[in-house]
Design a protein around this ligand. Structure first.
Ligand code: ATP
Length: 724
């Protein structure tokens, strides 16, 4: 919504522009009249000298009108007005020169064209400039469209590497359009030959030409389509790759804010639409433009009066098309419905266990109903739009036939020429309609590009990663007065000035009630998020100054609910260390107590674990996740409730292995306090603060929160009983 002052400024600017236009048109009319008086129709002069005179006169008019615009017009610095003055002055000499080149036109035989042509030239220049400002500059329409145009241009720039394909496509397109443009001309010629004096050779020549142009248009048309399709596929692949790279760099909070469904839709359907908006629509747009220009040339050669009538249809169609636009609304609603369906299907177990099928069914029905209503509205708009469009076309056709009859009666047009003109006009209208439609469609499909560009341009909010990669690392971690909130909940501090040390080569445990901040510490250590205050140090250096690959080679984490990827057990274990030997995989699996159950699987290490490891139990998944961490031989091992789903024997076996490695720093997050007794250091976190820390012995002796929780766990309401 534009504010009042901005709108009044725009209106003022428009009224200034209108004044400038009126001044220029008035002066131009005066110049034409003067020229008419000074140079009375000179029939005797040659057409080339008359053209030279016309060019001189119009160039001088341009200089004069341009100066007038500079000095007199209220909008002195308006480039649009200057562009229009240049077009107005040059359109007539350009038209007359082109017309002189067209074989079937009569030679120019007057110094000053008749008033009808002068008025048509003024109208054409106005229309051309309005179209130019509307399409290529921000002056013509609302700012939203200007943005869409900029986006469209950007989408086109992504096609730049395919310039060879696009160049070839454009060449074939031009050849197709030229062939198609000549066809009606030769059809008219054949009719004239048949209806007047029949000559075998001229007739055959016209037929051969028609055949050749028809063959050419089919051949070049096919090649053009193929080239555009090829560049579309290449562009799709390129943009998807770039988008995926950009997604991989984003911070974790971004993935929390954006649902997987909408991100994958961005990656697949939006990139596809963006490609279509460029390659496919550009194909049709260019074809229509080239054909329209070619046909206009021929049509002007046949009759300027009939051409004027045909051209009237363009702005009328554009006006109608403008009011017919609800595509993006439909798109959004369809995306919402799709999102909802995938969410319900994904959470089917929960839905079933809470007997919520009916609720979800109703929710989905509501979403479907919303889409239906939008479709319904669009249908009504579409029908009205079609009716009005047909009425405009029919009205203009009737006017054209009446005018054509008059021209034939006054011997200004032959029957064959009228037939050619009608064929051109039919094609021309289709072209113009396509032009208007395609432009609107390009602006609409470009809204899909907005989302793609937003993702491509998004810079991760994390600090720049550093370059530290020391050959020797001790593995000492320090949290120095760290405060932190999650970007999705900026009003609640998850950590409040937390300070503690994780000693190198020792086992440290983070314990405390739910929501205390244990996982938040791990998240900061893994650099999933950035601390809002304070610093996390590794061997005395801020953790963000370490190289990303180096850091994650030295540090491995196993979370409570590990994610496995569809593929074999081996693929999942060697995930962090691709290409490692089978011995290393088996060794890691043995230490994680996974080897035995893996051997019992149908295909051993080659068994597929299913989507997200769905074919394994939660405890088995944890064992494989631990093996995956161990295969990397990390210096720092982080275990966030990593053994919570295992049976007690497996848990003890794994914990002994995990605690036993010399020189390895182990950070354990645990709810079961029995499991951390052996830790060298225990830190108790509650409500985002370090409440107490020490060895198990020290904490039991101090009889604080740790002691309370250990001795009487039920007194702590937020500590879930199952976990204890
Ligand atoms: N992704 C998130 N977005 C917003 N807030 C979060 C997020 N994860 C955790 N929190 C909030 O941060 C606070 C600390 O949570 P955290 O997960 O660190 O606790 P925890 O001690 O690990 O709990 P638990 O033992 O239940 O895993 C809680 O208030 C929690 O609601």
């Amino acid at each position: 919504v534009r504010s009042g002052p901005v709108r009044s400024l725009e209106l003022l600017r428009l009224s200034d522009l209108a004044t400038g236009c009126v001044v220029v048109l008035g002066l131009d009319a005066l110049l034409w009249t003067l020229a008419g008086f000074l140079l009375v129709q000179s029939e005797c002069a040659s057409s080339s000298s008359l053209l030279a005179w016309l060019w001189t006169f119009r160039v001088l008019s341009w200089v004069l009108l341009h100066s007038v615009v500079q000095v007199v017009s209220p909008v002195k610095e308006c480039p649009a007005l200057k562009r229009w003055v240049a077009t107005l002055c040059l359109v007539t000499p350009v038209y007359e020169s082109l017309k002189a080149m067209v074989p079937l036109s009569q030679a120019h035989n007057a110094a000053v064209p008749d008033p009808g042509k002068v008025i048509l030239a003024a109208l054409a220049s106005c229309l051309a400039c309005l179209l130019w400002e509307w399409v290529f500059t921000g002056d013509g329409r609302a700012r939203g469209d200007a943005t869409a145009r900029a986006l469209l241009m950007r989408a086109m720039r992504y096609s730049a590497p395919d310039y060879l394909h696009l160049g070839a496509a454009f060449l074939f397109l031009t050849l197709t359009a030229v062939c198609e443009t000549y066809m009606p001309y030769y059809i008219g010629k054949v009719v004239d030959i048949l209806s007047h004096k029949y000559e075998y050779s001229t007739f055959m020549w016209a037929i051969v030409c028609m055949g050749l142009f028809s063959l050419g248009s089919s051949l070049f048309g096919g090649l053009r389509g193929g080239m555009f399709m090829c560049s579309l596929c290449r562009m799709n692949k390129r943009v998807r790759h770039m988008l995926f790279q950009s997604l991989m760099k984003q911070d974790i909070s971004f993935f929390e804010e954006n649902k997987p469904g909408s991100l994958s839709s961005r990656l697949i359907s939006d990139t596809d639409k963006m490609g279509r908006s460029v390659a496919m629509n550009l194909n049709v747009l260019l074809r229509s433009v080239v054909k329209t220009v070619g046909m206009l040339w021929f049509m002007l050669g046949l009759s300027w009066q009939l051409t004027g009538l045909t051209c009237l249809e363009m702005p009328l169609l554009a006006l109608l098309q403008n009011s017919y636009n609800s595509y993006s609304q439909l798109q959004d609603s369809q995306a919402e419905t799709k999102e909802l369906a995938s969410e319900i299907i994904f959470t089917m177990k929960t839905v079933r266990s809470f007997n919520a099928e009916e609720n979800e069914w109703r929710r989905y029905q509501g979403s479907l109903e919303k889409t239906r209503q939008i479709r319904h509205r669009k249908g009504i708009y579409s029908a009205t739009h079609l009716l009005l469009r047909r009425m405009v076309t029919l009205g203009l056709k009737v006017l054209m036939l009446l005018q054509g009859r008059q021209l034939i009666a006054s011997n200004l047009l032959s029957m064959g020429n009228l037939l050619s003109f009608i064929l051109y006009q039919k094609d021309m209208v289709t072209n113009m309609r396509q032009l208007v439609y395609i432009y609107g469609d390009m602006l609409n499909t470009v809204t899909a590009s907005v989302k793609v560009f937003q993702l491509l341009d998004r810079k991760p909010k994390m600090k720049e990663v550093g370059h530290l990669a020391p050959p020797n690392l001790e593995g000492k971690i320090n949290f120095c007065n760290v405060s932190f909130f999650y970007p999705s909940r900026p009003d609640i501090l998850a950590l409040k000035g937390v300070t503690f040390e994780v000693h190198a080569g020792k086992m440290t445990a983070l314990v405390g009630p739910s929501g205390g901040g244990k996982s938040s510490c791990v998240n900061l250590l893994e650099r999933f998020y950035e601390a809002s205050e304070g610093e996390v140090l590794l061997d005395g250096e801020p953790i963000h100054q370490y190289q990303h690959q180096y850091l994650h080679r030295k540090m491995a984490m196993v979370s409570q609910d590990p994610v496995l990827f569809s593929g074999s057990v081996r693929h999942n274990i060697e995930y962090g260390q691709p290409g490692c030997s089978m011995d290393m995989v088996e060794d890691a699996a043995r230490r994680a107590n996974a080897h035995n159950f893996i051997c019992k699987l149908e295909q051993g290490y080659a068994t597929d674990v299913g989507e997200c490891g769905g074919q394994l139990s939660a405890g088995e998944k944890q064992c494989i996740a631990i093996a995956r961490a161990l295969v990397c031989q990390p210096l720092i091992l982080i275990l966030d409730e990593a053994t919570s789903s295992m049976d007690i024997n497996t848990q003890h076996a794994v914990q002994d292995v995990l605690a036993g490695k010399e020189g390895q720093t182990v950070l354990v997050v645990a709810h079961r306090l029995q499991t951390v007794e052996k830790a060298d250091h225990i830190i108790f976190l509650q409500d985002g603060e370090v409440v107490e820390q020490g060895t198990h012995q020290q904490l039991m002796e101090s009889r604080g929160q740790y002691h309370r929780l250990r001795e009487e766990p039920k007194s702590c309401p937020r500590m879930s009983e199952t976990k204890l």
